[in-house]
Design a protein around this ligand. Structure first.
Ligand code: MF3
Ligand code: CO
Ligand code: CO
Length: 261
């Protein structure tokens, strides 16, 4: 570990993380066909949990500081940390499913926002922008560059589209812990931040709102929503910094490639 608390991992750690991240990615592939009108968010969470357990892992969110879900399910104006429950998806909803698995003590963390039935042009555009924002952030993340490069690039992209970036929640270092140093900031805070070094594992997970970037926590103590009830979308990958490139460890197995710098 460095002085700033950021863990530098070795080759064996990388292999363990690849396995955890591959499983997390496969949970999102598995759940895709169930994300339809009429399903409840608790049903989606239970399906994910069974899949995770049947692959020899556990959900890292279930019981985390008391969080009651095997995944987070964040619908429409919910930004993140939505608790699975009796809500039934309807046509026009957008829902982020955020999966964190623990496989042999290693964490894979990934999320995506699904469109349910017929969505408005605005919702569809928001989801596209949120996904692109993730990839813009990943492209800016380079070994021997800086974590600050990520937020700078995302901000430049999202500003062009007229949407806002959530500031109160960020990406994070990951590995043996689900949440570790450093904080990965998704907006431009005019700070370089720590250097990105080979062996670092971290997430990039920008949350993009149609309206204000401001957030509120609901009475359940978990659900984070937009202050103005505008829609919010998010995509997340777990990334490893290698010597000359970064690897998207939670990329779906259908196109699992290493991005060259
Ligand atoms: N997976 C979330 C993240 O991206 C963390 C969820 S913690 C929970 O960091 F307790 F809300 F589940
Ligand atoms: Co995360
Ligand atoms: Co997550």
């Amino acid at each position: 570990m460095q002085d700033d608390g950021i863990v530098i991992h070795n080759e064996a750690d990388l292999e363990n993380m690849r396995a955890a991240c591959r499983l997390a990615a496969s949970v999102l592939e598995f759940i895709d066909e169930y994300v339809v009108e009429g399903v409840t968010t608790i049903e989606l969470s239970e399906l994910c949990n069974e899949f995770i357990i049947s692959h020899g892992a556990t959900s890292a969110t279930l019981g985390y500081n008391g969080f009651p879900g095997a995944v987070c399910t964040s619908v429409n104006d919910v930004i993140c940390h939505g608790i699975p429950g009796s809500y039934r998806l309807k046509s026009g909803d957008i829902i982020n499913i955020d999966v964190t698995v623990n496989l042999d003590g290693w964490h894979g963390d990934t999320s995506k926002t699904f469109l349910v039935g017929q969505c408005t042009k605005l919702a569809t555009t928001l989801v596209e922008v949120a996904e692109r924002a993730l990839y813009v952030g990943i492209s800016a993340a380079k070994p021997y560059g800086y974590f600050g490069d990520i937020g700078k690039a995302i901000q430049k992209y999202v500003d062009c589209c007229g949407f806002s970036i959530v500031r109160n929640y960020c990406g994070h270092g990951i590995g043996r812990k689900m949440h570790d140093e450093p904080m990965v900031i998704h907006h431009d805070d005019h700070d370089l931040g720590p250097q990105i070094l080979p062996g670092m594992f971290f997430t990039i997970e920008p949350m993009i709102n149609v309206g204000s970037h401001r957030t509120k926590v609901m009475k359940d103590g978990w659900t984070v929503a937009t202050i103005d009830k505008s829609l919010s979308a998010q995509f997340e990958h777990t990334i490893a910094a290698l010597e000359t490139s970064v690897e998207i460890m939670t990329r779906s197995s259908k196109h699992n490639v290493t991005k060259l710098v």
